[in-house]
Design a protein around this ligand. Structure first.
Ligand code: DAH
Length: 340
């Protein structure tokens, strides 16, 4: 067979279909090469070896040509379809949950003031959640913290196990940990209560500030919360302390921040402000640590004084963004979360 014939034929092929046909034509079961091999029986025996070698050489060379051509055609195909102007694949990008980054922001504001971030057990003994906070067994104030108790044997000193209903349970733990003041704690943790409505979820977060040292008074409390409010909500925000009652602080306050929608006027274009009622919004509770709470933590209230507060990161975030449904934050709906 003339080598020029098949070489030309293979080299001039311009599609993989045609090349497959040639492959069958030359290398197939009834192809040219097999025909040549079949003829070996008619070849005189002293020429058989030589003949066989030639046919095999031919076969190898055709095979190689076809391989080369195959690669060439595959390359051409992808070159032909490659459009460098098409946009690349866009992979979905993850981001932190809005509550997570709010918590990080809060922690970093308090860390600037030298507060140490701590976390204490989510499943806590009754003692740390109530008794250590001046709420003995049977005290009606405990009803405000409708709690989830755990089915677990009672501890002889610390009572039942409970899903911690507030971060105030960290106060006694931090006093025990440090033993002597100064204490500057920021405890950010999950809390659990039997609540479920537009502004309450059964699981939520709180951040609890605790500061104990010699000579600590209300001005320190107010100055610290004011610093937080200006850092978190903006420099034009102000806070006020309104008398209230908590069992673990004396005096106690509700802490408010001025409304930035109506600027404290309670009206927008003659209509009632839809965000606040009085020009102020409630941040949460605060006060001077009750002497009994200091005593329970092993701290002498005649030497040391302290303040504490407990606020909700979700509430702060909702106030900052103007959200009115806490459940949106926990719904896990990607269309909501993607906006942050
Ligand atoms: N633990 C209170 C609650 O969950 C909030 C609170 C009020 C914390 C006053 C405090 C405080 O530290 O001083 O409702």
């Amino acid at each position: 067979m003339d080598s020029k014939t098949y070489e030309k034929e293979i080299n001039l092929t311009d599609s993989s279909d045609k090349l497959s046909q040639l492959e069958v034509k030359y290398l197939g079961r009834n192809g040219v090469i097999n025909d040549l091999l079949k003829k070996i029986k008619d070849i005189p025996s002293d020429e058989k070896k030589d003949y066989g070698q030639k046919v095999n050489k031919l076969k190898t060379s055709i095979k190689r040509l076809i391989e080369v051509k195959k690669k060439e055609l595959a390359g051409k195909k992808s070159e032909k379809f490659f459009d460098a102007t098409l946009p690349g694949k866009i992979y979905p990008k993850g981001s932190l949950h809005p509550i997570t980054y709010t918590i990080e922001e809060i922690a970093s504001i308090f860390q600037k003031l030298g507060f140490i971030r701590v976390s204490y057990p989510e499943v806590e003994w009754e003692y740390f959640s109530f008794e250590a906070l001046n709420m003995p067994k049977g005290h009606p104030a405990r009803d405000d913290f409708e709690s989830f108790f755990i089915d677990y044997p009672e501890h002889e000193k610390f009572g039942r196990m409970v899903l911690t209903p507030h971060t105030s349970s960290g106060q006694n733990r931090e006093m025990r940990r440090l033993k002597t003041p100064p204490i500057r704690m920021i405890n950010i943790a999950k809390c659990y209560r039997r609540n479920w409505d537009a502004t309450h979820a059964p699981m939520f977060y709180q951040f609890e500030g605790l500061c104990v040292d010699r000579g600590i008074n209300i001005t320190h409390l107010k100055g610290t919360i004011d610093f937080f409010a200006k850092q978190f909500f903006g420099p034009d925000r102000e806070i006020r302390l309104r008398p209230h009652h908590f069992q673990f602080t004396e005096p106690s306050f509700e802490t408010d921040i001025n409304c930035n929608i109506c600027k404290g006027t309670t009206k927008i274009n003659g209509k009632k402000c839809r965000v606040c009622k009085s020009g102020w919004l409630e941040l949460g509770g605060s006060g001077m640590v009750h002497p009994e709470v200091l005593r329970a933590g092993g701290i002498d209230p005649n030497i040391y004084t302290g303040w504490a507060f407990g606020f909700g990161p979700e509430r702060c975030l909702m106030m900052k963004l103007g959200l009115d449904e806490i459940r949106d934050l926990y719904g896990g709906d990607i269309r909501f979360l993607e906006q942050f």
